[in-house]
Design a protein around this ligand. Structure first.
Ligand code: HEM
Ligand code: HEM
Length: 222
């Protein structure tokens, strides 16, 4: 028999879909200098969101904690090999291979937001921290800011294709990112013992952390 287990708290779900919306808006506003102030402000929201997610990775729900879902590269390979043979045991939270994709996505988006702070478009916009570095570094970081976004797009495509491959194989990862709940066997099966319920921290705590982070980010860089 299967029953529903809470795997993603409200903060993880909210931050994930907000990040998607913000990245689309940043893509649109980044290409047109008339929207550059809006672009910068949206970028600062992303920065606060990512800092909050990283903090949540230490104090949030079990399934959000880095120490819980990031395993050794060897464990990730083993999982992938088992998955190809159709005998991988799915954890309730992120799987060991997906964990590295998540770290990559977070690192790429963080690098994008931080490099934005040092941009100089040579016309009328300078990022709030551009003054801390010399002109050549400003230009190099601006180039990085343009090129890195292509890597974000590639990583997101891989991420979404992976989710759909799972779906094709009958494993629905998408619905839980909306509802927070996953179907799991309530008793031991041939694939292993019943998994114990993750400890979920109320998403409101994550939202409070986000609001505080928004405050200092805009006070300092806004
Ligand atoms: C801007 C685009 C996106 C970015 C940057 C992104 C990033 C991420 C990150 C960082 C996580 C880990 C969540 C956590 O922090 O614990 C995640 C998980 C997830 N994302 Fe996305 N995502 C994007 C778009 C999408 C889209 C369009 C879909 C829908 C197909 C999607 C479906 C999922 C699902 C289902 C998970 C949970 C995976 C699991 O069960 O381990 N994402 N995403
Ligand atoms: C994660 C957050 C961010 C994303 C996803 C993002 C994305 C982008 C994209 C897609 C472009 C267009 C690149 C091109 O024309 O090929 C762009 C340009 C730009 N962004 Fe961002 N950005 C972010 C944060 C920021 C921040 C925080 C700032 C400033 C404080 C900033 C400043 C700029 C500037 C000045 C440009 C124009 C650069 C130029 O072409 O001269 N961005 N950004």
């Amino acid at each position: 028999m299967q029953h529903l287990i809470r795997v993603w708290d409200g903060f993880v779900r909210g931050y994930h879909w907000l990040l998607l919306v913000l990245l689309i808006a940043l893509w649109i506003t980044g290409g047109d200098l008339t929207y550059i102030d809006l672009h910068k402000n949206l970028g600062l929201v992303v920065l606060a969101l990512l800092v909050s997610r990283i903090m949540w990775g230490f104090v949030g729900s079990n399934t959000a904690r880095f120490t819980q879902f990031v395993r050794s590269p060897a464990a990730a390979w083993r999982y992938l090999a088992d998955e190809l043979k159709g005998r991988a045991r799915e954890p309730l939270g992120h799987n060991p291979a997906g964990a590295y994709m998540i770290l990559l996505l977070l690192a790429l988006v963080l690098a994008q937001a931080v490099s934005g702070l040092f941009t100089n478009d040579d016309l009328f916009f300078m990022g709030p921290l551009a003054g801390l570095v010399d002109y050549d570094t400003q230009r190099a970081l601006t180039r990085f800011h343009r090129n890195n976004f292509d890597w974000i797009l590639i990583a997101v495509i891989v991420h979404v294709v992976a989710i759909f491959i799972y779906m094709f194989k009958g494993k629905d990862l998408l619905t839980p990112m909306f509802t927070g709940n996953k179907k799991a066997p309530s008793h031991s099966t041939a694939k292993g013992p019943a998994q114990s319920k993750p400890k979920i921290v109320h998403g409101g705590v994550g939202v409070a952390i986000f609001v505080v982070n928004l405050g200092w980010v805009f006070w300092w860089l806004g």
